[in-house]
Structures are given as structure tokens and as C-alpha cells.
Design a protein around this ligand. Structure first.
Ligand code: 5GP
Ligand code: MN
Ligand code: MN
Length: 477
């Protein structure tokens, strides 16, 4: 695939064939030199052929192959003339990340780290089919789908301020539970408040380095502070919503008379019954995911208090922010100098709104939206802030993680004969996991270098480095 450098941190895939717009990849020269993502680049070019796409089909430095659209991809479509595609959101609808900071420092946790990680692993259900964190009736489940994070807070599973410091206030108003299938509802019934498998995690970390004092102060972060970072999504319910939607979109797309370069790009016009049905179901799954992360934060609070024998005031575990990185949103962006009503697909990409934007919580508005970027369980994760340049260049979006560099299978092969948990323990990181292959598939070598990914988006100016977090205790699915 031909990549033309157009600025020091941005490359273009020129328009050819059916492409309506070019492709655009944000990454450093160094990352571009080592890039081996032919398949994912082809996917960027494929996305550029879809009706109503604006400016460019974009990808972030953490890009890799995904279903139809690449992971690490951003694509914005005109609301009136564009399409919406389940493949542009992903199977784990509103997979996302939540960060809480505490009043504790590293020295408070080191002596109890083993007990803490054991208790977290006991109190938070992990693994593929994990269930049983909260008892939910069907009636309650419908409320979860409508209300999102606020539902959990109403049950006493969190604080009102948690919801205020969540993207979209933890609720997409477009949710309509009547379009969610029985099968999806069944799958969601027992899984609320569970972590799930593989790449999902809850991590106790420490603020290792601050890059931007002002923003760190606004986000309530200081050096040596203990943090909790968690990553999960909408579990079986979201997966089923995606699967159900692909089934009807695969049929529907044939009636649109467009030529798809890949059948995994099945889509519908946003303003069509099929497009609206997907959007309303997707919003339900998004709300479920926010309730899920809300409950997990509550479980983390309970567990810390139990293990340390302290009350909520001394623990002071307050939410910094919660972001989604698999979602489609209706937003207003300036395109060619004019405000446009657009549908932004972020798949393995994070919203990165600028200082002053009304969607940024008031306490953070002067520094920009907090962005949460997990790296891997053996290295680091980052907190960044949104920028004006992101609004201008990437529809207010940035990367979502380090991104996989090894497939699960390749990672398993490379880890043969190694004891990953011991390698981590030697670095002072305690890990508990449930899946038989989880540690091998998720070892640090399976992911790109998070420092380079973050340098790329910081260099491109689409986000600004605020703080680096280092892991201490990790529980994995
Ligand atoms: P996803 O799996 O949602 O595409 O990506 C989430 C990102 O989380 C990955 O790209 C990877 O960088 C990061 N990640 C996966 N597992 C862990 C973990 O155990 N700890 C941390 N800090 N990051 C992780
Ligand atoms: Mn994710
Ligand atoms: Mn996920």
C-alpha cells in the first residue's frame, strides 16, 4: 500500500478506484518505518469507499486488522447522506476504559498488594462466561439499557459524580430496548458487573510521571498516587446486538445498490429504518457497558476498603473519567469551514474533545477531555487530554491503546517455555487471571510499544500527554 507523508506525524493513502476520500494514518516516522499492517491499511482504503464519508478514512498508530473496519479506525459520515455500519463499531459495543484516582500512595499499597490482588480477583467475576455480580430482573435490565451508569448509581453502586465524569454522562438517549432481541437480553441478564475475558482487566497502578502539571491537577492526579484503571464492555449483550444487526444489514445492504469491497462492511443509511434500528440497539448496549463499568468501580471501592480496613473518606477513590472506544456517535464537527451533523464511528479509537467543548465536564473544560490509553499489563498506560487539533484533524478522536502486534495464536507460540506471571512478578507486578491462555495471549510482547503510540498522537497534536501510569496489581479475564 502506498503511503505518502503529508506532515511529520501523518500519512495519506491516496484516492484510487472507488475511494471517495483518501485514507489518513496518524503515526510517527519511526512507527511508519516498522509498520507491517498491510491488511489494516487495505481496510482503511475500503472504508473510504462508503457513501457519505467525510474528509478521510482515518486510522491511529495502534491500528490493526479488525472485522470490516480496522481497529484503531475513525470514520465520520454525513448524517443525511451517510451510512452506519456495525463493523465500524465492533462486536464489543462501548468497550471502554474507566480511571479512578485515590488518596493513597504506592507505599500504602505495597505491603498489602498480594492480599489486594487476591481480594479483587475474588470479588470481581472474570472469564468468558462470568456471571453473578448483581441480580437483575428482566424489568431492571430494560432500565439498565435505557439509563446506563445512572441506573447503577440509583442502586447505590456508585456516586452521582461518577456519572458526571463519564463520556455522555454514561447514557446515550437514543437507546430503545424494544429493538434488542430476546437472545441479547438473555445473555445480558446474568453478566452485569463482570469483567469478561482476555484483554479486559482491572489494574491497580501508580502515577509514575506527570507531563502536564495543570491538566494533572485538574484531573486530580499527582506523582506516586494509586490509581485503578479498568477495561471492559457490554459483554454477551453487546456481542449479540452486533451479531443480530449484521444479520439484517447483510440482507439490507444488497438493496442499496452500492458496491462493497468487503462484505464485512455491511451498512445502512443512517436515516433509514435499518440504520435507526442498529443505532437504537447499539445505544442500549453502550448503556449496559456504562452500568457494567460503574458496578466494577463500586466493587473495587468495596474491596480496597475491606483489605485496607479504611472508610470511603480515607480511600477517596474518585472517578477521573470513563471513555468508550467502540462506538458510533452523532456529533457536530466543522467540515470545510461549516458545521456538519455527522456520525463518527470510533472503533478502537477514543474521543479527544478540546478545551472549551461543552461535552467536557466543567471541572476539566479548561484543559480538555481526559483520554485514557491502556498500554499493557507489564509496561504502562497513559492519561492524555483532548486538543483543538483533534477537532480539526481527526473528528475529535485519538488512539485507544497500544494495539496488538501479535495475533493471539502467535503470542501463544512465542510465550512457550516462559512463565509470564514470574516475568511480571520480577518487575513488581502481581497478576491473577482466569483464562487458560490469557497470560500468553496478553503478554506485553503481544502489544505495540505504548510509549511510541502515545508519542505519535502527542506529536501529531491530536492529544496531549498528561501522565504515565505503571501497573502494580492486575486481574485479567
Ligand atoms: P482492545 O482490546 O479494546 O482493542 O484494546 C485495549 C488496549 O488495552 C489494547 O490495545 C492494549 O494496549 C491494552 N491492554 C490490554 N490488556 C492490558 C492490560 O492488562 N493492562 C493494560 N494496562 N493495558 C492492556
Ligand atoms: Mn476495548
Ligand atoms: Mn472489549
Amino acid at each position: 500500500m502506498k503511503l505518502n507523508p503529508i506532515s511529520p506525524f501523518c500519512y495519506e493513502i491516496p484516492r484510487t478506484g472507488d475511494m471517495r476520500v483518501p485514507g489518513r494514518i496518524f503515526m510517527s516516522r519511526r512507527m511508519a518505518a516498522g509498520l507491517s499492517e498491510e491488511e489494516a491499511l487495505k481496510q482503511v482504503a475500503n472504508v473510504a469507499t462508503l457513501p457519505g464519508i467525510l474528509t478521510a478514512a482515518m486510522a491511529m498508530p495502534d491500528m490493526h486488522w479488525g472485522y470490516g473496519f480496522p481497529i484503531g479506525g475513525v470514520a465520520a459520515f454525513d448524517w443525511k447522506t451517510g451510512v452506519i455500519s456495525p463493523g465500524g463499531v465492533g462486536y464489543d459495543i462501548n468497550c471502554g476504559v474507566r480511571l479512578a484516582a485515590t488518596g493513597l500512595e504506592e507505599k500504602d499499597i505495597r505491603p498489602v498488594a498480594e492480599r489486594l490482588v487476591t481480594a479483587l480477583f475474588q470479588n470481581i467475576p472474570t472469564g468468558v462466561g462470568s456471571t453473578g455480580s448483581v441480580k437483575l430482573s428482566v424489568k431492571d435490565e430494560l432500565k439498565v439499557l435505557k439509563q446506563g451508569g445512572a441506573w447503577a448509581v440509583r442502586q447505590g453502586l456508585g456516586d452521582a459524580v461518577d456519572v458526571e465524569r463519564t463520556e455522555d454522562g454514561g447514557c446515550m438517549a437514543e437507546a430503545d430496548p424494544s429493538v434488542v432481541s430476546q437472545r441479547a437480553l438473555e445473555r445480558g441478564l446474568k453478566q452485569l458487573g463482570t469483567l469478561g475475558s482476555g484483554n479486559h482487566f482491572l489494574e491497580v497502578g501508580v502515577v509514575d510521571e506527570i507531563f502536564d502539571e495543570d491538566a494533572a491537577r485538574a484531573f486530580g492526579l499527582f506523582e506516586n498516587q494509586i490509581t485503578v484503571l479498568l477495561h471492559t464492555g457490554s459483554r454477551g449483550l453487546g456481542y449479540q446486538v452486533c451479531d443480530d444487526s449484521l444479520a439484517f444489514m447483510n440482507k439490507h445492504v444488497k438493496t442499496l445498490g452500492i458496491r462493497l469491497p468487503d462484505r464485512q462492511l455491511a451498512c445502512a443509511m443512517i436515516r433509514s429504518p435499518e440504520g435507526e434500528r442498529y443505532f437504537a440497539a447499539m445505544a442500549c448496549a453502550a448503556n449496559y457497558a456504562w452500568a457494567n463499568r460503574q458496578i466494577l468501580l463500586h466493587r473495587a471501592r468495596e474491596t480496597f476498603q475491606q483489605v485496607l480496613g479504611i472508610g470511603p473518606r480515607d480511600l477517596d477513590m474518585h472517578q477521573v473519567y470513563d471513555i468508550c472506544h467502540n462506538i458510533a456517535k452523532r456529533e457536530t464537527h466543522i467540515v470545510d469551514g461549516n458545521p456538519r451533523d455527522v456520525c463518527v464511528h470510533r472503533k478502537g479509537a477514543t474521543r479527544a474533545f478540546a478545551p472549551g467543548h461543552a461535552a467536557v465536564p466543567a471541572a476539566y473544560r479548561h484543559v480538555g477531555q481526559p483520554i485514557l490509553i491502556p498500554g499493557d499489563m507489564g509496561t504502562a498506560s497513559y492519561v492524555l487530554a483532548g486538543t483543538q487539533k483533534a477537532m480539526e484533524e481527526s473528528f475529535g478522536s485519538t488512539c485507544h491503546g497500544a494495539g496488538r502486534v501479535l495475533s493471539r495464536k502467535a503470542a501463544k507460540k512465542q510465550s512457550k517455555g516462559r512463565a509470564i506471571h514470574r516475568e511480571l512478578a520480577d518487575k513488581g507486578i502481581l497478576v491473577k487471571w482466569s483464562g487458560r491462555s490469557t497470560l500468553a495471549e496478553e503478554m506485553p510482547d503481544a502489544y505495540k510499544d505504548i510509549d511510541q503510540v502515545v508519542e505519535s498522537v502527542h506529536g501529531a497534536g491530536i492529544s496531549k500527554k498528561v501522565a504515565r501510569l505503571r501497573p502494580i496489581c492486575v486481574i485479567k479475564g
